[in-house]
Design a protein around this ligand. Structure first.
Ligand code: HAM
Length: 426
């Protein structure tokens, strides 16, 4: 037997029995984004490597060791996108979407990071991102947070908390970085290996360390919030006031620094304890310098991305009942029935909105076809035998109801019968 091939580690198939939940999640997300008037933008999965190096930052984990980078046949270095913000900014600049206008955009699709796979962390994963351009004030930060809060409410997701921080302006952060480097250098022996490396490359990320041994050291570290520039501080205070008025609770987490370099001012994460170590289901913030840094005008940007695998894991735990079985299964016995059956099935799909009708393929006697109808989970068997063809009728047998007497309807009444059954939710 030929050797069986398997999917790449950390890249998952989403099987038919899972896809209904994905579709429901995606539909709710789309509906909520539309309620805030965000427009969809569809972006390539592959971009020039330089785009990510220049936006996410050369010394981030993502760019240093997690990107799927390769040379194409023309010798250009390309990368499978590890996130969507960089490509979104690139597209907006390229198509002039930021000239004297604001934008509220969203995108969805797979992202790729060569991380160590574990529950909630994959090498191909899916995000929905929302990005807003050309708005400097905290009102748009608050809108994005309200939008995400509405998502949890619409999805029935509880047990999430909003963590909030401000990274300040890049000048304030540079000054803070110096303070932090001085502090950690003085206590160098207390740092673990990873943090010693980060002290040279990206010292703020030490604050994000999950190593419990570092807790006392981190607890006493100077706080970024004490080093904010006046403008960032006013922005942060105004955002908090807006969230208070909107009734959205938050926790201030001065250690929240994010793993991408483009952020300034507001950063936030929605986290849950129900998913174990990978508990961030949505993360984002403001990135006012990025558009200019990538060659555009000096307009501000802010946004977030949802991790869909993690949301699916939370939704699946609530065990939602999603009906995916066919409403009806069409049984046809005899040559004439086979011929008429195909046309009948087409007619019913025209006439009954939302109908899920499975037609028996591959022939078989009544008994075999009833068995297939039963295993399909269908609510009704529609039966077309020689008698029905001769009398232009269709017999109907309810398969799930306790009252399951077979009865016969005139052919032109079947659509009305199914419409009523679907409306009454069967
Ligand atoms: P991020 O924090 O890197 O931000 O990713 C956002 C979310 O994507 C995470 O909170 C998580 O739910 C999900 N995620 C990330 N990596 C993985 C993985 N390996 N497996 C499963 N899920 C994952 C960004 O990507 C920014 N572009 C967000 C943003 C948009 N900021 C401003 N606008």
């Amino acid at each position: 037997m030929a050797k069986q091939l398997q999917a790449i580690r950390g890249m998952n198939d989403i099987l038919p029995d899972e896809s209904a939940l994905w579709q429901r999640l995606e539909a709710v997300v789309r509906e909520v984004l539309s309620a805030y008037d965000y427009q969809e933008i569809r972006l390539p999965i592959v971009e020039k490597t330089e785009l990510f190096a220049r936006s996410i930052g050369e010394v981030t984990d993502i760019v240093e060791k997690e990107m799927y980078t390769f040379n194409d046949r023309g010798g250009d270095s390309l990368t499978l996108r590890p996130e969507g913000t960089a490509g979104c900014v690139r597209a907006c600049i390229e198509h002039g979407l930021l000239h004297h206008q604001t934008q509220r955009l969203w995108y969805a699709g797979p992202m790729f990071r060569y991380e160590r796979p574990q529950k909630g962390r994959y090498r191909q994963f899916h995000q929905v991102g929302a990005e807003a351009y050309g708005m400097e004030g905290p009102d748009i930060d608050a809108e994005l947070i309200c939008l995400s809060a509405r998502l949890w409410q619409r999805l029935g997701i509880r047990q999430v908390t909003l963590q909030l921080n401000s990274l300040g302006s890049s000048a304030a952060r540079a000054a803070y970085r110096e303070r932090l480097v001085a502090y950690f250098t003085a206590r160098h022996s207390e740092l673990d290996e990873d943090s010693q490396r980060r002290l040279r490359s990206n010292p703020l990320r030490i604050l994000d360390s999950k190593n419990p041994a570092l807790r006392p050291l981190l607890a006493e570290a100077p706080s970024l919030l004490d080093h904010l520039d006046p403008e960032s501080l006013a922005h942060f205070e105004a955002l908090k006031a807006l969230l208070d008025t909107a009734g959205i609770p938050y926790e201030i987490n001065p250690k929240l620094v994010r793993g991408l370099d483009y952020y300034c001012k507001t950063v936030f994460e929605w986290v849950t304890e129900t998913l174990g170590a990978q508990g961030t289901i949505c993360a984002g913030g403001r990135y006012d310098g990025l558009i200019e840094q990538l060659g555009g005008q000096a307009v501000s940007g802010v946004g977030f991305a949802l991790g869909l695998e993690r949301l699916i894991a939370m939704l699946a735990a609530n065990k939602p009942a999603i009906e995916t079985a066919p409403h009806a299964y069409l049984i046809m016995v005899g040559d004439a029935a086979q011929r008429h059956g195909l046309a009948l099935a087409e007619r019913l799909r025209d006439q009954v909105p939302g109908l899920r009708l499975r037609m028996n393929c591959g022939g078989g006697g009544f008994k075999a076809q009833f068995r297939r109808a039963d295993t399909s989970g269908a609510h009704f068997a529609l039966i077309l035998g020689e008698n029905e063809v001769a009398t232009e009728s269709v017999s109907i047998k309810p398969l799930r109801a306790t009252e399951n007497q077979q009865h016969t309807l005139a052919g032109d009444q079947v659509a009305a019968y199914l419409r009523a059954a679907i409306l009454e939710k069967l």
